[in-house]
Ligand binder design. Structure first.
Ligand code: GLP
Length: 632
């Protein structure tokens, strides 16, 4: 995939904003940081200040890390830099763990030599009747500094820049805004529950942002792919604030491959130039054509291909009749009721090999609910068909558990101790419960959880996870909890993995010696728990290279909840009956803290089955699906 370049190729004709695609966020961050360095040094030589507009969220973190590195290792000074942040949650004090003021201090300002008085962040604490004045003064301060030279932006799932939710006008200025439901859901993890997420924020307006001389929007991971494509290729609309960047003379997107994946040049490459018709690409094109015309694969005719930009494919692999049959058979061969391989059967066209049987199947779940959400039915099948399923929960998931759950548990323990008897046997439990209740009362809804509380929350989730596993026939003894240190020591969007994490996973792999591995996170937002655990497992597998079990082990990827696999991406489709779906639903019900996307998992399984049906394959109730891992 190309990296940045100033000349735009024909393949980018649908893109109304220049998009630079990088192999990794770090590579993109490095390029942008180098540009900032140039700006700062250029301005310094002129005896002037460089004015930067800054953003929060997980997206700019690699960029800030690179700026810090430039400062520490290459002596870049920020003495002549003035910054203006885009936004702040309204109602939060600067010391609140989720305030953007604290975020900026921890992620950047504490590590560079910028003078304090040069930092500007909207205040989340101005009284209601002074908000208007505060916002006007913010605008004036930007103007007084000479305007913003380079504005850094991220993008929210609603397409917002800053906190300019759908409906924000092109002329809007700094103001208080009501947060969208989706935005609050996305922040729910950070605040341990949607109910704790502020309803309002103060944000620069779209108009304020557009006045910046240069704009650079960063986005990582496939969960941003849809909104990036809408902003770049869709029409300019106030329902996607980022689309206003199309009207700016110097706006650019810096994205990784995941976030670029819905752009026409990657999604439908044959529409923008000659395509290379690999088996995967022809599968993608035929599925697309069938969907576009609303006709099953076997009913597509030569004209359909010719009239829809696929004449190349036809001349290389046609006629339509032959091509259709080949694709249909390949799709058909992805379907199996035997995810662990069907013993004693010819496996030439089956997704998984028959031998060995039974198989040792190791399922990795980033947080405890993830594997159940994506593949409860498949785990149950594997187990019922005689394989040995081992469910490894990589992190404790403690950050997801609400205070009220901990309160409920400690309250019950306390009462039990009081009501059972007053003997010494209960004293430690009583003291423990009292301590938990004290911590909860003291820290309030939004304070940080000390270790004791995180531990209790992890234990609560352990119970739920074992319970859910039992509902799909997996014994408690086959569920393990690795509690990887990066998670235990970190917070959402700010995790940092270390060798310790990799060592823990490698040792589990050596102990299990699996024939099959299931995992997820290959193209998620790199700061997410699933992307981090994916990279940890991959590094651990690398360490096991050359061991006898390793080369014979198949690796299956299950999709993240934000972006289910499309039919052309599926290598193994495991159909589920209505009764199995009921059991999956029951297993999901064992978790108290599911997000709306997790609750909707069965609907997504049903939608996958409908896609197969539309392509002309058998009609199933639902399908869980997997991709074979192919190392790049
Ligand atoms: C918040 C911020 C935005 C940011 C967005 C995306 O809504 N106000 O400025 O772009 O989150 O966050 P992330 O980068 O974590 O995906």
């Amino acid at each position: 995939m190309s990296s940045s370049s100033s000349t735009r190729s024909h393949s980018e004709i649908f893109e109304k904003i220049p998009v630079h695609v990088f192999a990794t966020p770090t590579a993109a961050a490095r390029e942008l940081a180098a540009e900032v360095r140039q700006l700062i040094e250029y301005r310094k030589a002129e005896g002037r200040n460089a004015v930067l507009g800054l953003a929060t969220g997980s997206t700019p973190v690699p960029f800030y890390r690179e700026l810090i590195r430039l400062h520490r290792e290459e002596g870049l000074s920020f003495q002549n830099v003035i910054t203006f942040n885009l936004d702040e949650y309204y109602g939060l004090a600067p010391e609140h763990p989720e305030s953007y003021a604290r975020f900026m201090a921890e992620q950047l300002f504490n590590h560079i030599d910028i003078p304090n008085e040069n930092i500007h962040i909207p205040s989340g604490q101005v009284p209601g009747n002074q908000v208007f004045v505060h916002c006007r003064e913010y605008e004036e301060a930007i103007e007084k500094a000479g305007g913003i030279d380079l504005q850094i932006l991220g993008i929210g799932r609603t397409g917002h820049i800053g906190f300019n939710e759908p409906g924000s006008s092109k002329e809007s200025l700094t103001r208080r805004i009501t947060l969208d439901r989706i935005t609050r859901q996305d922040a729910a993890g950070d605040f341990r529950g949607e109910q704790n997420v502020p309803h309002f924020a103060i944000t620069m307006g779209v108009g304020t942002i557009l006045r910046g001389r240069k704009l650079a929007l960063m986005a990582w991971g496939e969960n941003k792919a849809g909104i990036v494509a809408r902003a770049v290729e869709g029409s300019v609309t106030d329902t996607v604030s980022a689309s206003f960047l199309q009207e700016h003379p110097d706006a650019r997107f810096f994205v990784d491959q995941g976030a670029a994946s819905e752009l026409v040049r990657f999604k439908l490459p044959w529409l923008v130039g000659p395509a290379s018709w690999s088996p995967a690409e022809s599968m993608r094109a035929v599925c697309w054509l069938s969907k576009k015309l609303g006709r099953p694969v076997l009913k597509l005719v030569d004209e359909d291909y010719n009239e829809n930009g696929l004449s190349d494919l036809l001349s290389e692999q046609g006629p339509a009749y032959q091509l259709n049959i080949r694709i249909f058979n390949r799709l058909q061969n992805t379907i199996t009721g035997w995810p662990g391989g069907k013993p004693h059967e010819d496996d030439t066209y089956r997704p998984e090999r028959a031998k060995p049987y039974p198989k040792q199947c190791l399922v990795f779940s980033p947080e405890p609910q993830d594997a159940v959400v994506a593949m409860a039915g498949t785990m149950e099948r594997l187990q019922d068909q005689g394989n040995h399923v081992y469910l490894a929960n990589l992190t404790s998931g403690s950050l997801r558990v609400s205070d009220s759950e901990a309160d409920k548990f400690a309250g019950t323990l306390n009462e039990l101790a009081i009501s059972t008897d007053e003997s010494a046997a209960w004293l430690p439990q009583k003291a423990y419960a009292d301590e938990v209740l004290r911590i909860l009362a003291e820290k309030g809804e939004v304070g940080e959880d000390p270790e004791l509380l995180r531990r209790l929350k992890a234990l609560i989730l352990r119970g739920e996870s074992r319970d859910a596993a039992q509902a799909i026939h997996i014994a408690s003894s086959e569920v393990s909890f690795l509690d990887l240190p990066f998670y235990e020591k970190g917070r959402y969007r700010r995790f940092k993995t270390t060798e310790e994490d990799v060592v823990a996973v490698a040792s589990l792999l050596r102990q299990q010696r699996p024939n099959q591995i299931y995992l997820t996170g290959h193209s998620s937002d790199p700061s997410s728990v699933s992307a981090m655990t994916f990279s940890i497992v991959m590094q651990a597998l690398q360490q096991c290279m050359g061991e006898d079990w390793r080369s014979a082990c198949s690796i299956w990827i299950y999709s993240g909840k934000e972006k289910p696999f499309a039919p052309h991406e599926i290598d193994m489709a495991v159909p589920m009956s209505p009764t199995q779906m009921e059991r999956k639903q029951r297993a999901l019900g064992r978790f108290q803290q599911l997000t709306s996307l997790e609750v909707q998992a069965p609907d997504r399984d049903r939608a996958t089955a409908r896609h197969y049906d539309d392509l002309g394959l058998a009609q199933y109730e639902a399908i869980e699906c997997f991709q074979r891992w192919r190392a790049a």
